[in-house]
Write a protein that binds this ligand. Structure first.
Ligand SMILES: *[C@@H]1O[C@H](CO)[C@@H](O)[C@H](O)[C@H]1NC(C)=O
Ligand SMILES: *[C@@H]1O[C@H](CO)[C@@H](O)[C@H](O)[C@H]1NC(C)=O
Length: 542
């Protein structure tokens, strides 16, 4: 049996009580379009979100991240945002937003908004003024000089160059939206103001994707400057320091730069390690988890997302048998968690017909945006009208009403894990062990030990957990994936071989790891990078 243990110590010098709330928060990402419709037009809205917000609280989440609700063009030939501070009337208005802020406060849920930074509609004022070379606007878009019949060379991130007669130059587009020039000081100033407007409305932070394929240095600078601006904005309005969460599809190395060394960078960067499009093998996932944990500065940790916006939900991309596993991993790893709306239920994607993807909605129609399944009625309790997208294929059994009453459901597993992560048993340290196809993630150093074991292989596998030094002889199952023979409450002798089916996952709880473990904490800290190198070498030799 293969057995690799690398010890990582994260958040080493901080006791759990001293950590800021966001460092281990459970975020719940609401796609407003698909959460709850209040007026029967088939599209989710702010009033619907207000109505159903207590569900998010009941899950054990600390904060809500709203999908973009800024004003978008209603002309689908020119899609994209037209104004970053106004609220799209299809979702509501400023009063509705205030009501949402109040409701969240009452439920003790923090609220963050997603600000789209990449593109703007061709029918926006910014586009017109930039085309006119109005001072302060001229470099807000990506312009390239040239001749009408001579396209500029291809650039990464630019789908298409379009000739503008007035300016006699080309502008870059992606998905028929004009690409914003994220290197431009005017754009940075614009987004700093936009961000401040939202903070003043009562959100505690923003989620941004600053990836700018044309020049990544500008992406890093943009984050740095927006963080400084957010601090300034908060100081002027006597707010708590805002949280800036960064989403990136550029991998851990660029992600590391977004942290800006810890002082003038993102609070956390969202990791896609658990959300890759295809199921991961155990060595692969172990490497990705370590990389994601090692790139941030000390005392900082990633935010593990269960799914990527626009990409398939867990149940569709990995199969229903992996839903509990991904939820348990996300909720046990050090750092914050971002639960993607519907993943806690194992909601699948829908199946889209071509006509549905070409209809005109404020958000792109993607299969994973299927309306939230509240119950098993014909519109899943989402709307009294015709839902903007067809329902998830499995909504008749994977819905909130059916699952919420059932402790053994995905939601039941998720809520147990969310409660465990708030318990004193959740120690500050993490250790990842690999047993063949299985991974075992141990949290230790607290008042107890918590251990998640997942079989990532396609067949059965066996683990002997006593090979992890210092563990108690016996641990108790706190939660297990659907169909597991290890039911909650049963005791497990760690000396015994545990047989696990494909995807099977268990969360074990027990007494603290004893001191014969891997040695004094401060020494281990210094071994962080050494451990990483060893692991790299180990897997390199496989
Ligand atoms: C932009 O310019 C076009 C053409 O000149 C005009 O029709 C449109 O109303 C302008 N849009 C805005 C938002 O200023
Ligand atoms: C989702 O996809 C659309 C179209 O492909 C794109 O314009 C949009 O930026 C994507 N959203 C996110 C959050 O990636």
């Amino acid at each position: 049996m293969w057995f690799v243990a690398v010890v990582l110590v994260v958040l080493n010098s901080l006791l759990a009580e001293q950590l800021p709330w966001w460092s281990n928060a459970v975020y719940y990402r609401i796609l407003v379009d698909s959460f709850k419709d209040s007026d029967g037009d088939g599209l989710g809205d702010l009033q619907g979100t207000i109505k159903q917000l207590s569900y998010v609280r009941a899950l054990g989440a600390d904060a809500v991240i709203l999908s973009p609700i800024v004003t978008k063009s209603t002309d689908c030939r020119t899609p994209g945002p037209v104004d970053f501070t106004d609220i799209d009337v299809r979702y509501g208005n400023a009063d509705k937003f205030n009501a949402l802020v109040e409701k969240a406060k009452k439920l003790e849920l923090k609220l963050l908004v997603t600000l789209p930074l990449q593109t703007i509609s061709l029918s926006s004022e910014v586009f017109n003024l930039s085309a006119e070379r109005r001072p302060g606007y001229e470099d807000k878009l990506v312009w390239r000089n040239g001749k009408e019949d001579e396209l500029p060379p291809d650039e990464e991130g630019v789908d298409k160059w379009i000739w503008h007669d007035g300016r006699a130059a080309y502008y870059g587009t992606a998905n028929n939206e004009a690409i914003l020039n994220l290197c431009s000081e005017a754009v940075i100033a614009m987004f700093s103001d936009v961000q401040c407007t939202w903070l003043k409305r009562g959100v505690v932070g923003v989620v941004v994707n600053p990836d700018y394929n044309i020049d990544y240095d500008c992406s890093v600078q943009l984050v740095k400057k927006m963080v400084i601006a957010a601090m300034g904005c908060a100081r002027n309005t006597n707010m708590e320091p805002p949280v800036i969460l960064v989403e990136t599809s550029l991998g851990a190395e660029i992600g590391a730069k977004y942290y800006g060394g810890g002082s003038s960078g993102a609070n956390s960067v969202i990791s896609y390690a658990l959300a890759a499009p295809t199921r991961r093998s155990s060595p692969n996932l172990a490497l990705d988890l370590h990389a994601a944990m090692l790139y941030p500065p000390q005392d900082t940790a990633p935010t593990w997302t269960t799914s990527i916006t626009n990409e398939s939900r867990i149940a569709t991309r990995y199969g229903n048998e992996m839903v509990d596993g991904i939820l348990l991993l996300a909720l046990t790893l050090p750092g914050a968690v971002l639960l993607h709306q519907g993943d806690e239920l194992g909601a699948a994607d829908t199946i889209l017909e071509w006509a549905e993807t070409t209809e005109c909605w404020p958000t792109y129609a993607v299969a994973s945006a299927a309306p939230f399944p509240w119950d098993d009625t014909p519109t899943a309790g989402f709307t009294s009208g015709q839902p903007w997208l067809p329902l998830a294929t499995n909504y008749r059994y994977a819905n909130a009403k059916t699952e919420y009453a059932n402790e053994m459901s995905h939601v039941g597993v998720m809520r147990t894990a969310a409660a465990m992560r708030k318990s004193p048993a959740m120690g500050p340290h993490v250790e990842i062990n690999r047993f063949g196809d299985a991974l075992a993630i141990l949290r230790w150093g607290g008042a107890g030990s918590l251990l998640v074991v997942i079989n990532l292989g396609l067949g059965q596998t066996e683990v002997q957990l006593s090979k992890i030094p210092g563990l108690p002889q016996e641990m108790t199952i706190a939660a297990s994936s659907g169909g597991s023979s290890l039911s909650p409450g049963s005791h497990v002798n760690l000396e015994k071989l545990i047989k696990m089916a494909s995807g099977e996952t268990v969360l074990l709880a027990g007494p603290p790891r004893h001191c014969g473990g891997p040695g004094p904490v401060d020494k281990i800290t210094n071994k962080l990078s050494e451990g990483w190198q060893k692991l790299n070498k180990y897997f390199g030799n496989l």
